[in-house]
Design a protein around this ligand. Structure first.
Ligand code: TMP
Length: 404
């Protein structure tokens, strides 16, 4: 295998075993899930972390059940990101903003009143339909070179192109970035947001590894990728969402010199990453992954052995990796509550845990919730308490197993 960004040699670093695609929830307990290897490998050249085995997009996104939750932490992130875009002059009131991987259009809905025009692009039919019902013009397509040219021909070239948490979801990021480079006008800006690998590693987030996440981006690997398509990194914004995310701002390398002058923080973050991102960090991450597995397995066995009821909170993709890697099933954890109606009544693959509505968590609730959506820890705990459940305690699995 070779690095799918720079072509250099890769080495395996972590094998999580055969796992089902995390977002394909089962419609019945008896349905047999298909499992595929989940192996993380690291590039010797650009330090890209990637999955060894990638599934076809068509398999992953046909029945897509991930709808962006309308959560306070995401809303405040959208507000901060939008303010940054306007404050730094990347967007203005006449801007045409195209977002691909736009899901149900929550971020575009946030931007719409402040810009000239917004257009969403998403590959999942069911998700596009919801976005349109909510008034966001959305085209159903995978973003690649072909789609980019087709969109530009029909809608014109967007001055702002946004890709939030989707550029890791395709085994060929070159196809995506080449498409961006094709349609971005000379003064355009490309905004790409992803989980940040340094945060993923530093806080032991092995559960971020699932089949949809084919790449774990660093500043170094993204700059390598951008350079291959004539794009230049000009700004970086760090964000706390999804366990620690990074927003990259890039322009065409042939833009005018003043537009290409990078913000000071680019140099600072690049330096911090160069110091911290190395083989030793990856080894510690792998060690901690195995420790969390052992600790959580022991804790759950102990609690269940003493007749405690445990449910999971958040039928997240991360939760599927966590539960299945640790070996937790419906025998220890019979239910998982989740706010997404599309997920309710379905089952987490392999773990076979039934998903039910969140109000089950307010009425009585179990002795413990295993926070599989630990990235929303504060808001979930606050919500459970404010709805009158003062009894249940919370098991936080990441960055280390803890009870709060
Ligand atoms: P995410 O971490 O990939 O955004 O997925 C979050 C999942 O957790 C999603 O299925 C919705 C669910 N969720 C709740 O059930 N309650 C909540 O309060 C929040 C914020 C999310």
């Amino acid at each position: 295998m070779v690095c799918r960004i720079c072509g250099d040699t890769v080495d395996p670093v972590l094998d999580l075993g055969a796992m089902p695609p995390a977002n394909i929830l089962k419609t019945s307990r008896d349905e047999r899930e298909r499992c595929f290897p989940l192996v993380l490998e690291k590039c010797r050249g650009c330090f890209n972390l990637q999955l060894r085995d990638c599934l076809d997009e068509a398999d992953l996104y046909r029945h897509y059940l991930y709808l962006t939750p309308n959560s306070p932490s995401l809303r405040s992130h959208y507000a901060r990101l939008a303010d940054h875009m306007f404050g730094e002059g990347y967007a203005h009131e006449g801007s045409f903003v195209l977002e691909f991987g736009s899901n149900v259009g929550l971020f575009l809905r946030h931007l719409e009143p402040r810009v000239g025009r917004v257009l969403g692009v998403d590959p999942a039919q069911n998700v596009c339909a919801i976005a349109r019902e909510r008034g966001i013009e959305t085209e159903c397509a995978f973003f690649n070179r072909q789609t980019a040219q087709d969109l530009a021909a029909r809608h014109g070239r967007p001055g702002v192109v946004i890709a939030r948490h989707c550029c890791a979801h395709n085994k060929d990021p070159h196809g995506i970035i080449a498409g961006v480079a094709d349609i971005l006008p000379d003064d355009g800006i490309f905004i790409m947001e992803n989980a940040y690998v340094l945060k993923t590693l530093l806080s032991n987030q092995f559960d971020q590894i699932y089949h949809e996440h084919m790449f774990y981006y660093s500043i170094r690997s993204v700059e390598t990728l951008f350079a291959m398509h004539g794009l230049r990194l000009v700004d970086i914004l760090m964000a706390p969402i999804h366990g620690g995310s990074v927003v990259f701002f890039a322009r065409r390398a042939d833009a005018k010199a003043s537009a290409l002058r990078p913000r000071n923080r680019v140099q600072r973050y690049r330096g911090e990453e160069a110091q911290a991102l190395n083989d030793a960090l990856v080894s510690v991450f792998v060690e901690n992954t195995h420790k969390i597995k052992a600790d959580l397995k022991a804790l759950i066995a102990d609690l269940v052995g003493r007749d405690n009821q445990i449910w999971a909170y958040g039928a997240t993709a991360k939760g599927s990796t966590l539960l299945n890697f640790v070996g937790i099933t419906d025998r220890q954890v019979p239910f998982c509550v989740d706010s997404t109606p599309l997920k309710q009544g379905r089952y987490i693959p392999m773990a076979n845990i039934e998903i039910c509505a969140e109000d089950e968590a307010w009425r009585g609730g179990p002795d413990y919730f295993l926070l599989t959506a630990w990235n929303y820890k504060d808001e979930i705990m606050e919500k459970v308490r404010s709805k009158g459940n003062t009894r249940s305690r919370f098991i936080v699995p990441i960055p280390a197993v803890d009870i709060v």
